[in-house]
Design a binder for this molecule. Structure first.
Ligand code: NAP
Length: 281
């Protein structure tokens, strides 16, 4: 029997799986669409029911792939999409959200994120998100690529405290947020969504990870995901269009890493000892 996927509770009280699915690069190539849709469906079958997409990915093509993958099973899915900062004005957000909903073939997005900070005032973007919430087009909103200073500023605008998540780059090789942003969010029960959790596949070649993975009859990707699953309030969203890898990523939940091996991982990928600006990919 597989272990169940741990869950993370959003400020609204809704729980989501701590292991979801990313979709960057999906929808780029029509020849791969079938495999991409099939992989997302396999992930859903395995309980990875949080799907992350964005209007930016493949110019909306990724949202279309997601729309096809969730057809007929919308209620199983926790759907996350992101708005371009340039669209995040009062009027622009409503239009962008409607375009996303059309591509996703649904009437609501569960969590709508500002992809990164842009030129529209945060207060205006929050007002737009609150309006989208009030009319039922989104259930909750959040941000992405926000460092501590950005989060502080956000909490200072009207309704800014309704932020439901912050999606940032976080993996074994990018532990900067452990110095300040991660504890800041944990103290306020704001989940962190860890993007590029396998460092876009690059961590699978790391010799220390290969060695430790072997001792667990696991793979380096599974260790990188287990590292994130071990942290409170963190949701990992690996992307794969390969059914075997989806299965493999799901298997990370079953790993029980010893304290000794956590220490070995800390030595190989040291946690930060000082403030580092938030990195972005
Ligand atoms: P990632 O999930 O760390 O890595 C994805 C890459 O790793 C793909 O090339 C995938 O190839 C490969 N892969 C997946 N599982 C594997 C495994 N078990 N073994 C070996 N290779 C594996 O990187 P990401 O796509 O950049 O990040 C995940 C998601 O986060 C994105 O898809 C997107 O939804 C989100 N994201 C958000 C932001 C933001 O600014 N908010 C930025 C970047 C990403 P295959 O598909 O061939 O398996």
């Amino acid at each position: 029997m597989r272990d169940p996927i741990p869950t993370v509770t959003l400020p609204s009280g809704v729980t989501v799986p701590a292991l979801g699915q990313g979709t960057w690069n999906m929808g780029d190539n029509a020849a791969q669409a079938r495999d991409e849709i099939a992989s997302l469906k396999i992930g859903l079958d395995l309980g990875m029911t949080l799907i992350d997409t964005a209007e930016m990915y493949a110019d909306g093509g990724s949202e279309e792939i997601v729309g096809k993958a969730i057809e007929g099973r919308r209620d199983e899915v926790f759907l996350v999409s992101k708005i371009y900062p340039a669209n995040a004005s009062l009027r622009g957000a409503v239009e962008a959200c409607e375009r996303s909903l059309k591509r996703l073939k649904t009437d609501r997005i569960d969590l709508y994120l500002l992809h990164w900070r842009g030129n529209h005032p945060l207060a205006e973007t929050v007002e737009a998100f609150e309006h989208l919430k009030a009319v039922g087009k989104i259930e909750a909103w959040g941000v992405s690529n926000f460092d501590v200073a950005d989060m502080d500023e956000l909490l200072g605008v009207p309704n800014g405290g309704n932020v439901a998540a912050n999606q940032v780059l976080y993996n074994l090789a990018r532990r900067g947020i452990e110095y300040d942003l991660l504890p800041w969010c944990q103290e306020r029960s704001i989940p962190i969504m860890a993007y590029s959790p396998i460092e876009q596949g690059r961590l699978t070649h790391h010799p220390d990870l290969i060695r430790i993975a072997k001792t667990y009859q696991a793979t380096p990707a599974q260790i990188t995901l287990a590292f994130l699953l071990d942290r409170d309030g963190v949701i990992a969203i690996p992307k794969s269009s390969n059914p075997q890898r989806i299965e493999e990523n799901r298997g990370s939940v079953d790993l029980d890493i010893t304290d000794e091996d956590w220490a070995v991982l800390d030595a190989a990928f040291p946690p930060p000892s000082r403030k580092k600006s938030l990195e972005m990919l």
